[in-house]
Design a protein around this ligand. Sequence first.
Ligand code: PMP
Length: 429
Amino acid sequence: MSISELNPPLTDADLPEVYHSVESEVRSYCRSWPTTMAVAQGSWLTDVDGRRYLDFFAGAGALNYGHNNPALKKPLLDYLASDMIVHSLDMATAAKTNFLETFERLILRPRGLDYKVQFPGPTGANSVEAALKLARKVTGRESIINFTNAFHGMTLGALSVTGNSMKRAGAGIPLVHSTPMPYDNYFGGATEDFHWFERVLDDSGGGLNHPAAVIVETVQGEGGLNVARAEWLQALAELCRRRDILLIVDDVQMGCGRTGRFFSFEEAGIVPDIVTLSKSISGYGLPMALTLFRRELDVWTPGEHNGTFRGHNPAFVTATKALETYWASDAFANETEAKGRHVRDRLEAIAQNHEGVSARGRGMAQGLKFAETSQAGEVCRAAFDRGVTMETSGPRDEVVKLLPPLTTTVEDLDKGIDILAESVAATLP
Ligand code: PMP
């Protein structure tokens, strides 16, 4: 018996004509999920025809606390209703003061992180650009080490440290001053991939310019849910320290509790020199980003790196409330880790039933890897027809990635995974 109701398959033609006639061909998510979404609450989306979808995508990680979270909505509505300031560049506002004080009190101080906070433009790519620029300014060096299958954003600097060849080709100019190194387990354990970097760095014949920084994701979200082991991250941090290279952890997707702790690098016990955050930092899906760095690295001169949308006060209001609601104790992180283990166990069980399928991920960023590259896309499509939104990742789109809101109940997680299991069974031979 089917555990889900199969929706009549929707196609691109089901979208309003204006998408075809006016919106650029570059559009993508409305192609994967060709329906008009109307309302959303928690882990559920409802389209204009009343079809409900369990959201295992969560705004690509921007909705860790779910859609329209009531705890955050109330202060946001109160703020707007009272004509408090909305746009303020980087002027001082009460909302910004509260955010900075709360972030310092609940996130930085308890972790012993003596970071300064920069507000770049409101996207992940903005934060990465600020991080790369600062690393170059501090060190006076230009080259950056990045990793195979990395994803850091679509602006030219961020793209230059991104692996995906299709995305890189979009730049239209040479992407320079970056050198890719093998990420953990790139050679499937056959070679100690990390040592390649150390070797060329130490070899006067290695041909590597002394880099300003290394930029790394602890789990590569877009790159196929590749997980770096804690030992690998520790060795990387140690090498950076020994060789006077700045370590940038891009926590845009894996930060804000996605892997359990607030920062994804906490588990490895490393302290990056620079950290990028965006996506779920506002907690409500409102655009906001931070670039954090060790106090001594704060060599910016006033206004040297600016931008119009660095002070979106409604985002400060929801970000502050999200920190107070979920990060005043370890309870939320513990719960996320427990949910992550549950999801992983269930994915392992699905993988065992199908040849060529394997489970991968960390915390609440989990997924299934398929042997045939078209299979992951077909599974996502089958899941959409059954009422679950999830997307693919990896260089060949070979991984089904599950990023449910961290607030999803275990019952809803199970419901979505049941549908995933059914979609896999319906897709694979
Ligand atoms: N870094 C990482 C690790 C990301 O996953 C992303 C977005 N998927 C970005 C940077 C870029 O963020 P944005 O799309 O907000 O520019």
